[in-house]
Design a protein around this ligand. Structure first.
Ligand code: ADP
Length: 781
C-alpha cells in the first residue's frame, strides 16, 4: 500500500515534466527547419530579443533590442545593464524558422502580467486585454489562449509579444509559450479547460454535499470546514491558471478576477487549517494552527481593502509558508495515524498527494516546469477523494459509536430492569406467600381485612413491575406468540371469576356474554388473550361504581376453517372524554390524572394491550361517552380447532388438600422464601423437605428420593442449574421445577439445558404453583 503510494507520487512528479530534448530559441531565432512538427509542440522558452518601453505592434522593425531569457518577469530583467521595474511595458521578439513540410500550426500563450498582444508576421493573432503605455491606456485581463495561425507564405514566423503591466506587483511574461501542430495544441488546450471545469464541478458539488451533511448531520465542524475548503478551492480551479471562468463570463473584469483569486486562496487555506485542527484536535499544536489561520484571514482582509499592486506583493512569502504548513500537516497526520485516529491513514496519503500537487503547481507558477494538466487533475481528485473518505469514515465511525452507545444504553436498561425486578420480586414473594398463609389461618375479621389490603397492595406492586417489564419486552420486540388450541369461553369465564370479589366490592355486576355459536377451540396465544381481557375487565371495574361490566365474545362471521370474533368489555362507568380517547393508548397516559390517582394505575395497561394486539395485526378500539360508560373491543380472525368438549368448560373443584401425600424437596437459600412456600405446600397436604443449596439438596435426595423438586436457581455453594445437572447425571427422572425471581426469557434456555421441567416465577400466586405441580405429577389421593 505504502509502496504503491510512493510510486504514484514519483510518477506524478516525473510525468509532470514535459520533454526537453527539442530545439531552443537562440539569439532571438528558433530553428525548427530540421524538426518534424507533426504531433509536436515546442516550448518557446529560450533566448529571445526584447525591447523595454517599446510597443512594436504594428510599427516593427524596432530600434534597439537586447537578448533575454524568455519567459522572464520585468522585475527580474535588466535593460542596458540596469534592472527594470515591474510596472512598464515591453515587446518580446522571436523569429521561428520552419520546416517546409509542416502541419497547420497553432500558438499557445498562458496569461501574462497583466495584458498582452501577439502578432505573427505583422498580423495580430491574439490579445488579452490591451497593453498600453500608461495606467490609463492599459486594459488588464487574464486569458491564456490557443490560436491556429493563418497559413503564412514562406518558412519563417516573426512573433512579437507585447506585454504591459501597471496594476500588479509583477510584470511581464512568466510562463512558456508553445508552438506546434495546431490539432495537438488546440485539443490539449480544450482538454485542459474541460478538466478544469470537471474538477471545479466535482469540488463544488462535493463541497455542497458536505455542507448538507454538516447542516443535517450532527454539526461536526470538521465537515463544515472541509465543505468550505472545497467550495473556495473549486473557484480557484476555474478562476486562476487557465481562467476558464472567462469562457463562461468573458466580461469579468481583471480586478474581480484578481480579488477572487487571492481571496479564495487565503480562505481555502484558512478553511483547510481549521479542518485539520477540528479533525485531530489532540494531535495538533493549536497555537501554530491558529497563527496560520490568523495569517490567512489577515491576508484575505488585505485583499479586500488594499489595491492589487500591494496585496500581490506578499504572495511568494505566503506560498513558502504554505509549503511549511503542508509539511506540518503531514506531521500531524503521521501523529494521528500513530495514535490510530479514525481515517488518519487516508489523511496522510491525501496530504502527501496535496504536497506533491502543491510543489508541481508552484514549480509551474515559478516557470520551472510545465505540468501535464491531467496529472494535476488526478492528483486533485485523489486528494479530495481521500479527504472525503476521512469524513465518510468519521461519519460512519460516529454513527457506529452512537449505535453501540444506544445498544449499551438498552443493555444497561434491561439489565437494570431485570436486577431491580429480581430484587423486588424476592421480598415480594415472601410478603405474598406469608399473607396467603395468614389468610388461611382463620384470621379474625378485622385481621382478614388488613391481610386483604396487604395482599391487594402486594399484588398491585407485582402487577406494576410485570407491566413495566412487559412493556419493555414489547418495545424491544422480544414478544413471540404461541399458536396452540385454547378455549376462549373458558378464558372469559375464568377472567370474570377472578374479578368477582373486586366487582362486588364496587357494587358492580360482572357478567359474560358469549355467543352460543362459538363451539370450537381456537388456535392462538391463550396467555396473551387472557392478559388483554384481564386488563380491560380490570379497567372497566376500576372506573365503574354501582354499575355493570360485561365481557363479551361475539361471532361476527365464520368459514370452514376460521372464525371472526369480536372481544369486548363494556361498562357503565365514568366514560372517557372524546379528546382523551386516543391519548389513553399511549404509555404512561391517563385520561384524567387527578381522577386516576384515586383509582391507582400506571397508564401502561392499555398501551400493552394495544401493542400485543397490534403485533397480531389487530386493532384495539374504543367507543365511550363520558358519564355513560365505555366499550373497549377488538375484532380478530382466529383459526378453528376441535370442538369444545363439555369437560373443558366444567370448572374443576379443587380438593382441600390437592397434594396430599406428595413428597416435595424445596431448595432455596432464602429462609423467608422457604417459610412461605413450605407453609403453602403443607397446607395442600404435601410432605416438604428443605435444603438451602444444591449440594444439600443432592445429599438429601440420597437419603430419600422426593416425588418432585422445587429448585431456586441462584444459591451459594451449588446453584440450581448445576444441582439439576447432577440429578439428571445420577439418572433421576423426577420433575424438577425452577422457582425463581428471574425473568423467563433470560433463563429459559439455561433451565431447559440443565434438565429442569418447568419454571414458576416468584412471586407466584399459589394457584399457579399448584397448577404447575399438578401438571407434572399424579397425586394418588
Ligand atoms: P391505568 O393503569 O392508569 O389504568 P391504562 O393504560 O390501563 O392505565 O389506562 C389508561 C387510562 O385510560 C386510565 O388511567 C383511565 O383514565 C382511562 N381508562 C381506561 N379504561 C377505562 C374505562 N373502562 N373507563 C374509563 N376510563 C378508562
Amino acid at each position: 500500500m505504502k509502496r504503491s503510494f510512493l510510486y504514484f507520487l514519483s510518477i506524478l512528479l516525473v510525468l509532470s515534466h514535459s520533454a526537453w530534448a527539442l530545439p531552443e530559441p537562440r539569439k532571438g531565432i528558433l530553428d525548427l527547419r530540421q524538426t518534424n512538427l507533426k504531433n509536436q509542440e515546442i516550448a518557446l522558452g529560450g533566448e529571445w530579443k526584447w525591447y523595454w518601453h517599446q510597443l512594436l505592434i504594428p510599427q516593427h522593425p524596432a530600434g534597439e533590442s537586447e537578448p533575454i531569457r524568455f519567459p522572464k518577469l520585468f522585475n527580474n530583467s535588466t535593460w542596458k545593464g540596469k534592472p527594470v521595474p515591474a510596472q512598464g511595458y515591453a515587446t518580446y521578439e522571436l523569429t521561428v524558422l520552419l520546416p517546409h513540410q509542416r502541419p497547420p500550426l497553432a500558438l499557445f500563450i498562458p496569461d501574462c502580467y497583466t495584458a498582452y498582444q501577439i502578432s505573427v508576421n505583422g498580423q495580430v493573432v491574439m490579445s488579452s486585454g490591451r497593453p498600453g503605455t500608461s495606467k490609463e491606456t492599459i486594459i488588464p485581463y487574464w486569458s491564456p489562449q490557443a490560436q491556429v495561425l493563418p497559413d503564412f507564405p514562406g518558412d519563417s514566423l516573426l512573433i512579437l509579444l507585447e506585454v504591459a503591466n501597471f496594476q500588479h506587483s509583477k510584470g511581464g511574461s512568466y510562463r512558456e509559450m508553445e508552438l506546434g501542430d495546431a490539432q495537438l495544441i488546440v485539443s490539449s488546450f480544450e482538454k485542459d479547460k474541460a478538466l478544469d471545469f470537471v474538477l471545479a464541478g466535482c469540488l463544488f458539488m462535493g463541497g455542497l454535499f458536505f455542507l448538507g451533511l454538516f447542516g443535517f448531520g450532527k454539526h461536526d465542524k470538521a465537515i463544515l470546514y472541509f465543505a468550505l475548503f472545497s467550495i473556495f478551492y473549486s473557484y480557484r480551479i476555474v478562476g486562476s491558471d487557465l481562467h476558464v471562468l472567462h469562457t463562461l463570463f468573458p466580461n469579468l473584469s481583471w480586478s474581480f478576477s484578481i480579488h477572487m483569486e487571492y481571496l479564495t486562496l487565503y480562505l481555502s487555506i484558512a478553511a483547510f487549517v481549521e479542518y485539520t485542527r477540528r479533525l485531530y484536535p489532540e494531535d495538533v499544536y493549536h497555537p501554530v494552527m491558529k497563527a496560520m489561520r490568523g495569517i490567512c484571514l489577515a491576508m484575505a482582509l488585505g485583499v479586500l481593502i488594499l489595491s492589487p499592486v500591494i496585496f500581490t506583493q506578499l504572495i511568494n512569502q505566503f506560498l513558502l509558508l504554505t509549503f511549511l504548513y503542508v509539511g506540518y500537516a503531514i506531521y500531524i497526520y503521521l501523529k494521528a495515524a500513530r495514535n490510530q485516529r479514525p481515517g488518519a491513514t487516508y489523511a496522510l496519503m491525501s496530504t502527501g498527494i496535496l504536497l506533491v500537487v502543491f510543489v508541481i503547481i508552484n514549480l509551474h507558477y515559478f516557470g520551472i516546469i510545465t505540468p501535464k494538466k491531467f496529472l494535476l487533475f488526478v492528483g486533485y481528485i485523489a486528494f479530495f477523494f481521500l479527504q472525503s473518505l476521512i469524513l465518510s469514515f468519521r461519519f460512519a465511525f460516529a454513527l457506529k459509536q452512537a449505535k453501540s452507545q444506544a445498544e449499551e444504553g438498552l443493555k444497561a436498561k434491561s439489565e437494570f430492569l431485570s436486577t431491580m425486578s429480581h430484587e423486588i420480586r424476592t421480598p415480594l414473594n415472601s410478603v405474598i406467600g406469608m399473607t396467603y398463609l395468614l389468610l388461611g389461618d382463620q384470621p379474625r375479621s378485622d385481621q382478614k381485612q388488613h391481610l386483604d389490603v396487604m395482599l391487594f397492595s402486594a399484588n398491585n406492586l407485582l402487577n406494576i413491575i410485570n407491566d413495566i417489564l412487559d412493556f419493555n419486552k414489547i418495545e424491544a420486540g422480544k414478544v413471540t406468540f404461541e399458536s396452540i388450541p385454547f378455549d376462549a369461553t373458558l378464558i372469559a369465564r375464568n377472567c370474570i371469576a377472578s374479578y368477582q370479589t373486586y366487582a362486588q366490592e364496587k357494587q358492580n355486576t360482572l357478567t359474560t356474554s358469549i355467543d352460543p355459536k362459538l363451539k370450537n377451540l381456537l388456535l392462538g396465544d391463550p396467555t396473551r388473550t387472557t392478559q388483554v381481557l384481564n386488563n380491560l375487565t380490570h379497567n372497566a371495574l376500576k372506573f365503574t361504581q354501582k354499575g355493570s361490566v360485561t365481557l363479551g365474545i361475539e361471532m361476527m362471521s365464520e368459514t370452514d376453517t376460521d372464525v371472526q370474533l369480536k372481544f369486548s368489555v363494556t361498562d357503565t362507568g365514568i366514560g372517557i372524554d372524546p379528546a382523551k380517547q386516543k391519548l389513553i393508548f399511549e404509555r404512561f397516559t391517563q385520561a384524567d390524572s387527578s381522577m386516576t390517582r384515586s383509582f391507582g394505575g400506571t397508564g401502561l395497561g392499555l398501551a400493552i394491550c394495544k401493542h400485543i394486539l397490534e403485533l397480531q395485526s389487530v386493532e384495539l378500539q374504543l367507543i365511550s361517552t363520558p358519564g355513560e360508560g365505555s366499550q373497549f373491543f377488538y375484532i380478530q380472525w382466529l383459526k378453528k380447532g376441535d370442538p369444545i368438549s363439555v369437560v373443558e368448560t366444567q370448572v374443576v373443584e379443587t380438593p382441600v388438600q390437592p397434594l396430599l401425600g406428595l413428597h416435595i424437596l424445596l431448595v432455596d437459600d432464602q429462609p423467608m422464601n422457604i417459610l412461605a412456600a413450605r407453609g403453602i405446600l403443607k397446607r395442600w397436604g404435601a410432605q416438604v423437605e428443605t435444603a438451602s443449596d444444591g449440594q444439600q439438596a443432592l445429599d438429601k435426595m440420597e437419603e430419600k428420593l422426593p416425588s418432585l423438586v422445587l429448585m431456586d436457581l441462584q444459591m451459594p455453594i451449588m446453584d440450581g442449574y448445576e444441582a439439576t445437572r447432577h440429578i439428571r447425571q445420577r439418572g433421576y427422572t423426577i420433575p424438577v421445577i425452577a422457582l425463581t425471581a428471574n425473568l423467563i426469557p433470560e433463563i429459559e434456555d439455561k433451565v431447559k439445558i440443565s434438565g429442569m421441567n418447568d419454571i414458576v416465577i416468584k412471586p407466584f400466586k399459589p394457584e399457579t404453583l399448584l397448577q404447575v405441580i399438578q401438571s407434572h405429577v399424579k397425586v394418588s389421593s
